[in-house]
Structure formats: structure tokens, C-alpha cells
Ligand binder design. Structure first.
Ligand SMILES: O=c1ccn([C@@H]2O[C@H](COP(=O)(O)O)[C@@H](O)[C@H]2O)c(=O)[nH]1
Length: 243
């Protein structure tokens, strides 16, 4: 899938809500086709796989963001179980290593064509900066570590990576148009960074080669979430069409 040929919404709204009913109430107000949806650790822990099945049955593309990170066998089996839910995208931590990522990719290889979920590797969390990396013994700039893990993800058979938009340009140039770049750490101009560190605006992220923008609080916590989402889609529309 070339980033230039991707169909459909580029924004993935992070449904970081405390429970299923709150998430569903939020989803029901979204205009059809305006975004894809991400179910992460908070909502999945509270509402479980049934909510994921429900969102898939409603026709949504669901990114199951559970960031699996364990021994290869455990991660492979978790990925197999996630695929059974019919999700569009799922992820593992690239720092789990090549054998873990290869096992995850192998677990999905028997899913039939259209239904095969995209498998994405998390590189360096967008909340982390150089000092955070140094504290865990990684004494390089985030961009260098992202590049290293993204290359490992690619040779391990993954479809793409989660990175910050700040690394999108470099990865797009190095890893090609077919490698999927999913970028959280996206903030409209003037919005609070919250706990994110490596951020960019929606327009700049797309311009630099991001495939999908994961956006949570700037939409979900907005006074008018639908208008906030529409403004982001309007901001990136011209750039997406020009790519
Ligand atoms: O490196 C990462 C990986 C995942 N996330 C997730 O994306 C959203 C971002 O939410 P905002 O409210 O827009 O900050 C959230 O669900 C994270 O778990 C990330 O931020 N960075």
C-alpha cells in the first residue's frame, strides 16, 4: 500500500474513554467516513473484545492499540486472537526484537487477503524525549532509535511503524512509500501538548509523509468534537490530494 494510494480517512481517533457506553455515545455522533477508530489499553481493559466486535460490525476500521510486548510465542498468539476480532490494524513493540516481530507476522499470514490486519511496530513512544531514552540506557537521539527499530520492523515482515511525525520524513525517504507510518503526537497549532513530547501539526505530519494520524484529546476532549475533527480533516485535505 503506497502512502500516495491510500484510500479513506487518514485520521484515526483514539477512543481513550473509561467504558464502552461512553465510547459508543461518542462514536455515534461522528459523521460516517470521517475517521478510523483506535481502541487502546484503557477502553479495551474496561469494555473488552465485545466492544471491538461491535465497532467492527458497525463498519468501522478499528486499530487495536494494545502494543504487545512479550516472548515470541505469547505475542504471536495474542496477534492471532486480535485478528479474530476483525480489526483493521494492530501493533506490537518493535523493541520486543526481530524474533518476536517475525512470530507476530507469521501468526497473521494465514488471514485471507482483504481481512488481513496491518501489523505495525511501535518504535519510540511519542511521549519520550532524549532524556527519557537515556534513563532506560538508550543513549541516542529519539530519531536514531526510531530509525533503527523501523528498519528492524521492516526486515521482520511488519507493514509499518508507529513513530512521531517528526521522524516521518526520514523514514519515508529510507523505507519507501509502501511502508505504513502511523503517527500519534499530532497537535493542531496552539493546542496543548499534554503528555506528548515529539509533536507536529496535522498538516506538517501529512506533508512529511505520515500515512495515518492518531489523534485523541484534541478531538475527544474538544467542546465540539465533530467540528474539531472536521477542522483537522480540512487542514490535511489539500495535502492528501496533492500527494
Ligand atoms: O507512541 C505512541 C503510541 C501510541 N500513542 C497513543 O496515541 C494516542 C494519542 O492520544 P492524544 O490524546 O492525541 O495524545 C493515545 O491513545 C496513545 O496511547 C501515543 O500517543 N504515542
Amino acid at each position: 500500500m503506497s502512502s500516495n494510494l491510500m484510500d479513506g480517512p487518514r485520521v484515526i481517533v483514539a477512543l481513550d474513554f473509561p467504558d464502552g457506553p461512553t465510547a459508543l455515545k461518542f462514536v455515534q455522533q461522528l459523521p460516517p467516513g470521517s475517521c478510523r477508530l483506535k481502541v487502546g489499553k484503557e477502553l479495551f481493559t474496561s469494555a473488552g473484545p465485545e466492544l471491538v466486535r461491535q465497532l467492527v460490525a458497525m463498519g468501522h476500521d478499528v486499530f487495536l492499540d494494545l502494543k504487545f510486548h512479550d516472548i515470541p510465542n505469547t505475542v504471536a498468539r495474542a496477534c492471532g486472537a486480535a485478528a479474530q476480532l476483525g480489526v483493521w490494524m494492530m501493533n506490537v513493540h518493535a523493541s520486543g526484537g526481530r524474533r518476536m516481530m517475525e512470530a507476530a507476522a507469521a501468526a497473521l499470514k494465514d488471514c485471507d487477503g482483504e481481512r488481513k490486519p496491518l501489523l505495525i511496530g511501535v518504535t519510540v513512544l511519542t511521549s519520550m524525549g532524549a532524556e527519557d531514552l537515556a534513563e532506560i540506557g538508550v543513549n541516542v537521539e529519539p530519531a536514531a532509535q526510531v530509525e533503527r527499530l523501523a528498519q528492524l520492523a521492516k526486515v521482520s515482515g511488519l507493514d509499518g511503524v508507529v513513530c512521531s511525525p517528526r521522524e516521518a520524513g526520514q523514514l519515508r525517504a529510507q523505507l519507501g512509500d509502501d511502508f505504513v507510518l502511523v503517527t500519534p503526537g499530532v497537535r493542531p497549532a496552539g493546542a496543548s501538548k499534554d503528555d506528548q513530547t515529539r509533536v507536529m501539526t496535522p498538516a506538517d505530519a501529512i506533508r512529511d509523509g505520515a500515512g495515518y494520524l492518531v489523534i485523541g484529546r484534541p478531538v475527544t476532549q474538544a467542546t465540539d468534537p465533530v467540528s474539531a475533527l472536521e477542522a483537522i480533516n480540512a487542514e490535511i485535505q489539500g495535502i492528501v490530494q496533492g500527494t
